[in-house]
Design a protein around this ligand. Structure first.
Ligand code: FAD
Ligand code: NAP
Ligand code: SF4
Length: 684
């Protein structure tokens, strides 16, 4: 058997038990934890990943008590009845040959509920509720609850627990001066502030005995003002080891930090050097994390001696067989997580069940089932954008004989423009994955073939799936035909020259992406190549030595080669419709490049002078008139469905399936396109 990843796939001996490889599926809240009636879905979700060969998994966070809940009625481990229910999960995982730990997460002031408690009476910027300060006895009660939850986890059959000590949650709130203003033995000097996690781990170890995994998620880089210093973090790590932890996992950045930690523009393995700096300070295994999404990256980090294990959370959502494929030398078949957050974190933050943009089966394993087709059908899929690719590969996986027609000379549709945006290089991976599937599944791919209705009818397919996508919308603005007006496809597809000053009409995802594209100097950084970690740290203000409170530094200037105005008609926040967990990163990146964002714009006219606009306030009152003396106006005003072919077929009496942008262009994204393509093909 080929083994291109000897370090990644090497077993890890924990003394009383052995992990079959160095891959930890990191904790991720999916929404399945929160309701007991989802326990079988929860069990199947983990069982599939255990079958996929991952060494150890950690569940989403479970609070040890009511005051620590993330939201009212959110996942909690505080009684035996709940623990018994969890035996479905641990049983399914063990049957599949896997190992699983329950994460214990006390939200502290990050809870989205009125009962929240913390070290001091403070309010987090990400919760509307103010936390109540715990009494000294109250702190003891929290420790007891942590210990009790660990005992319940053992009773439930878990192989261990992970104590969540990072990301700005309860324990982290005790560790940092910014949130701990106490004067008793739990506050003041660092020795007092670190007492809470040390006591939790020490008493937990006493209660659960030696043969139970205790992972401690150590905040190695707080990325907030008033965060811990490097010296303090090392002191804590050593104390946690002494208190009885089995593994130290890395935690990066508080949720309120203004430095991105996991979005797609963070370079791969962008925080591995933080763990590397800590590595060697303790004798127990140390796990690194954040933006590791390929076996190559994991192998590289371990081979360089930066950690003993790598944690990958979202990559295991994207592909439950990640480890198995790596083991079998099929790394090029992995469906890579593109770190978009669109179906995982964004869903969870909107209290919706998580899934995955590139793998809609994630967290829906019992519902979106791909059975072997009872009868083999000849299926035509027209359009090899995300929707068509998902439909074609899913149908072929089920055994159907698929022909995929694509007018362009390559697969991918609009993803071919998305992948060109600096910071979105991961989108290449999705196209690599689909191309490999097309080859493996022997799909008859016909590139440069703009297929027509008659041709499709002549070939007598059993099913026709139309995935012809979208065309850009042309807004009705006086002067829209002026030579200085370009569409986003002129820029991203046809590489038309763009002047030194630009007005971008439309501040949706594409307006933001086009602005990002135009603020980069491609002479400096070749397209398709991620920025280096050092450049990225400089841009976002991460101290490369990770020293100093929170590990923060001054942000370096990132001058743009052109002046950009990014505009929308709505009077709300510019880009308010962007992803919940990524929109702020896009806004911050463009602001840092001096992009001027204008809202409440009425586009009056485009002429030789530039773009004439009138600004309105949120009450609709018309105010300032401005002429933006720009060289180009770029239209990013949304799309309309492109479905002539579907209509032609309908006219000829052929009922085709319609998916993706061809079906509904409004609020279309690749998440919906891929899900719809998968669902339709699952049902044929
Ligand atoms: P398309 O991608 O438009 O594909 C349709 C395909 O059909 C095309 O390849 C076309 O050539 C082909 N075709 C049309 N007619 C015929 C015919 N008669 N015969 C053969 N072939 C035909 N979405 C996200 O979710 N997240 C993002 O971060 C994101 N970023 C983006 C960035 C940019 C710059 C752009 C432009 C889009 C981005 N999107 C993003 C949107 C996403 O790419 C689209 O939602 C998605 O591509 C729509 O998929 P689709 O398959 O329906 O259509
Ligand atoms: P979009 O998000 O719907 O944005 C369209 C923009 O055009 C809006 O700002 C809208 O704002 C403006 N607009 C609409 N009609 C207009 C008109 N007639 N005249 C002038 N302006 C008009 O669509 P998109 O940017 O084209 O993106 C397409 C899809 O791809 C979206 O679903 C998006 O989520 C997805 N995408 C996602 C990302 C990502 O990073 N997650 C990136 C790119 C694309 P006003 O109405 O206020 O002017
Ligand atoms: Fe990764 Fe995006 Fe899937 Fe989340 S939705 S797991 S970030 S590809």
């Amino acid at each position: 058997m080929t083994n291109a990843y000897p370090n990644l796939l090497k077993p890890l001996d924990l003394g009383f038990t052995e992990l079959k490889n160095r891959v930890l599926m990191g904790s991720m809240h999916t929404g399945l934890e929160d309701r007991f009636w989802n326990i079988h879905k929860f069990a199947r979700y983990f069982a599939e990943r255990a079958e996929g060969g991952v060494g150890l998994m950690v569940t989403g966070g479970f609070s040890p008590n009511l005051v620590g809940q993330l939201a009212p009625l959110a996942s909690t481990m505080n009684n035996r009845a709940t623990a018994l229910l969890h035996r479905h999960v641990t049983g399914a995982v063990h049957e599949a040959g896997g190992k699983i730990c329950l994460q214990l997460l006390h939200a502290g002031r990050y809870g989205y509920q009125p009962l929240i408690v913390s070290a001091s009476a403070t309010k987090a910027p990400i919760s509307p509720f103010k936390a109540r300060a715990l009494s000294t006895k109250g702190v003891e009660r929290q420790i007891n609850d942590f210990v009790n939850a660990a005992k319940l986890a053992k009773f439930a059959g878990y192989d261990g627990v992970e104590v969540m000590g990072s990301e700005g949650y309860f324990i982290n709130q005790f560790l940092c001066e910014r949130t701990n203003k106490r004067t008793d033995k739990w506050g003041g000097p660092y020795e007092n502030r670190m007492r809470l996690p040390v006591e939790i781990v020490r008493r937990m170890r006493e209660a659960v005995g030696p043969e139970f995994i205790i992972i401690y998620r150590l905040s190695m880089l707080d990325l907030v003002e008033g965060g811990q210093t490097w010296e303090q973090i090392v002191t804590l790590g050593k104390a946690i080891e002494k208190a009885g932890a089995t593994i130290i996992n890395t935690g990066i950045g508080w949720h309120e930090a203004r430095v991105p930690t996991i979005v797609t523009s963070v370079p791969r393995g962008g925080f591995a050097d933080v763990t590397a700096k800590f590595y060697g300070e303790v004798d127990i295994p140390v796990c690194t994390t954040n933006r590791i999404n390929t076996p190559e990256k994991g192998e590289e980090i371990l081979a360089a001696g930066k950690a003993d294990m790598v944690s990958m959370a979202r990559p295991l959502l994207a592909d439950s067989e990640f480890v198995r494929k790596a083991e079998q030398g099929r790394g090029d078949e992995i469906n890579t997580c593109i770190a978009c957050n669109q179906a995982c974190l964004d869903h969870v933050f909107q209290a919706k069940r998580a899934s995955c943009l590139v793998n809609p089966r994630a967290c829906h394993e019992t519902e979106l089932v791909l059975t072997v087709a009872p009868v083999v059908r000849r299926v035509a899929v027209v359009g090899a954008g995300p929707a068509g690719l998902a439909a074609a590969t899913t149908a072929a996986k089920r055994g159907h004989k698929v022909t995929l027609f694509e007018a362009d000379d390559k697969i991918g549709g609009q993803f071919n423009y998305a992948k060109r945006i600096p910071g979105k290089e991961e989108f290449y991976e999705t196209l690599r994955y689909f191309q490999r599937q097309i080859d493996l599944l022997e799909i008859d791919l016909r590139l440069e073939t703009r297929v027509g209705a008659d041709e499709l009818i002549e070939q007598g397919f059993d099913d026709v799936i139309i995935a012809t996508g979208v065309k850009p919308r042309t807004p009705k603005i006086e002067g829209i035909d002026h030579p200085k007006v370009l569409g986003y496809l002129d820029v991203l597809r046809h590489n038309k020259p763009v002047g030194k000053s630009v007005a971008v009409i439309g501040a949706g995802g594409i307006g933001f992406d086009v602005s990002e594209f135009l603020t980069h100097d491609f002479g400096k950084h070749p397209e398709g190549e991620q920025v280096s970690v050092a450049e990225w740290q400089a841009e976002w203000g991460v101290n490369p030595t990770f020293e100093g409170p929170g590990g923060l530094a001054e942000r370096a200037q990132t001058p743009s080669p052109r002046k950009i105005y990014l505009m929308q008609r709505k009077t709300g926040k510019v880009g308010g419709g962007l992803g919940k967990t990524s929109g702020w990163v896009h806004r911050s990146s463009l602001k840092h490049r001096d992009v001027e964002m204008l809202r409440g714009c009425r586009y009056d006219r485009i002429d030789d002078q530039g773009l004439h606009i009138t600004l309105t306030d949120k009450d609709g009152k018309t105010g300032e008139i401005r002429v933006l003396a720009v060289d180009n106006v770029i239209i990013c005003a949304g799309q309309e469905s492109y479905r002539e072919l579907f209509d032609q077929l309908a006219d000829k009496g052929v009922k085709a399936h319609l998916i993706g942008g061809a079906d509904v262009a409004e609020e279309l994204d690749a998440k919906r396109a891929i899900r719809q393509g998968t669902e339709i093909a699952a049902a044929i």
